[in-house]
Design a protein around this ligand. Structure first.
Ligand code: SF4
Length: 127
């Protein structure tokens, strides 16, 4: 236990849409009773990949006392997610490819959070 960066979920703002589950490669976030929850704090590395995809602004990073990040446990859980059922399917909003076809990147545009794949991203960047 030490002070470190870790995700904070505002339950009032969270609608339980699940958009933040897949970006968390470590599998620290799950939807429980209709709300996003950090199911195990030792799986959250505080990197904040989940923050940009939340359409409600319910996610933030705070510094507080938390169990140390456990990279081995996170790796094991992430491997299980890909093979198992907890991976929520996300698709590129331009071409519909999922992450098995091409890497997906979170993008923000005009107040919306979306996913764009590596194949479509150059078009977004260069017009
Ligand atoms: S993306 Fe935001 S609103 Fe949706 S489940 Fe996650 S925290 Fe809740």
């Amino acid at each position: 236990m030490a002070k470190r960066s870790i995700v904070r979920i505002d339950e009032e703002l969270c609608t339980g849409c699940g958009e933040c589950v897949t970006p968390c490669a470590e599998g620290a976030i799950e939807i429980v009773d209709g709300k996003a929850r950090v199911v195990r704090e030792d799986l959250c590395d505080g990197a904040g990949f989940c923050i940009g995809v939340c359409p409600e602004g319910a996610l933030s990073i705070e510094v507080r006392e938390a169990p140390d990040f456990d990279p081995a446990a996170a790796e094991e859980r992430a491997a299980g997610r890909v093979e198992g059922e907890r991976l929520l399917r996300q698709v590129c909003y331009i071409c519909g490819a999922d992450e098995m076809a091409a890497p997906l990147f979170p993008v923000r545009h005009r107040g919306e959070s979306k996913w764009a794949c590596a194949r479509c991203l150059p078009r977004l960047i260069h017009g």
